[in-house]
Design a protein around this ligand. Structure first.
Ligand code: ZN
Length: 267
């Protein structure tokens, strides 16, 4: 029995800061935290993935695709695909249907233009769905969603009581890097975790999940945080742990969704 391992990287760049604080675009230090992701963190991540020859998935907002063509090119050259992560990274729950439809359309267009491939999966920009998100995913031909925290296994996404053909690949906060590695000098008391402590959470999660049939292990990280040497150490130790378990199968979200979808739809 192997456990699918889905390493995901949300390359939000400066949008992680400016989408919540539009005035932040005029603050050079504030936005420079985001520039670090595509410019410095990403090359290190790609080198690590290449060293181990493992699959991964990149979720990138349309505006980041447009602003960082060389970074996108390097992801494609390394053999990975770009999935949908909104256009401007504006928190979905503040959007009306028309605005959210525009977010879907503009980002899909930017991704197709830059990569020649339509995105097949969507992750919301701020861990929330609106009443319109699922139907917009369907309109855009998405085969997977990576949004809910309801399970450790895939299932078909529901929309208002109706079962869709979209495979939900859930994850969870303990397997996300922002709660432990993101810092803000504007949030009093915010602290960062030691990479060794985070590594312990991640390896113990895998060890537990890999003992249960039908689960997957999904890690959701951001190049601006995980791309620092101390955090990449944790990621590399995790990869070594997974490989040495003999129970991990690294693959992209789209490949995993393609594999499980026929069975879920038939069931
Ligand atoms: Zn994001």
């Amino acid at each position: 029995m192997t456990t699918p391992v889905l390493l995901t990287f949300d390359m939000d760049a400066e949008l992680l800061w400016t989408a919540r604080d539009p005035a932040g675009a005029a603050k050079p230090v504030w936005v420079s935290q985001g520039h670090y992701g595509p410019n410095v963190g990403l090359p290190r991540i790609l080198a690590l993935l290449k060293r181990y020859g493992i699959g991964a998935t990149f979720f990138v907002p349309g505006q980041v695709v447009e602003r960082y063509p060389a970074a996108i090119e390097s992801i494609l050259d390394a053999g990975f695909v770009i999935e949908h992560h909104s256009h401007t990274h504006t928190w979905s729950d503040t959007l009306g249907r028309d605005q959210e439809a525009e977010e879907f359309g503009r980002a899909a267009e930017a991704i197709v233009k830059a990569t020649g491939r339509a995105p097949r999966g969507w992750r919301s920009p701020a861990a929330e769905l609106t009443p319109h998100s699922v139907s917009l995913m369907e309109e855009h031909g998405m085969i997977f969603s990576s949004n809910l925290f309801d399970s450790d296994s895939v299932h078909l996404l529901e929309d208002d009581g109706r079962t869709t053909g979209i495979v939900e690949i859930p994850f969870a906060w303990p397997l996300v890097d922002t709660p432990v590695f993101m810092y803000s000098n504007r949030v009093t008391g915010r602290v960062m975790s030691a990479p060794s402590a985070v590594l312990e959470t991640w390896t113990r999660e895998f060890d537990g999940l890999s003992r249960e049939e039908g689960t997957h292990f999904m890690l959701a990280t951001h190049p601006q945080f995980i791309g620092r040497p101390s955090r990449l150490w944790a990621l590399e130790q995790l990869v070594e742990h997974l490989l040495s378990s003999g129970r991990a199968e690294f693959l992209s979200c789209a490949d995993y969704a393609e594999r499980v979808r026929p069975g879920l739809v038939a069931g």
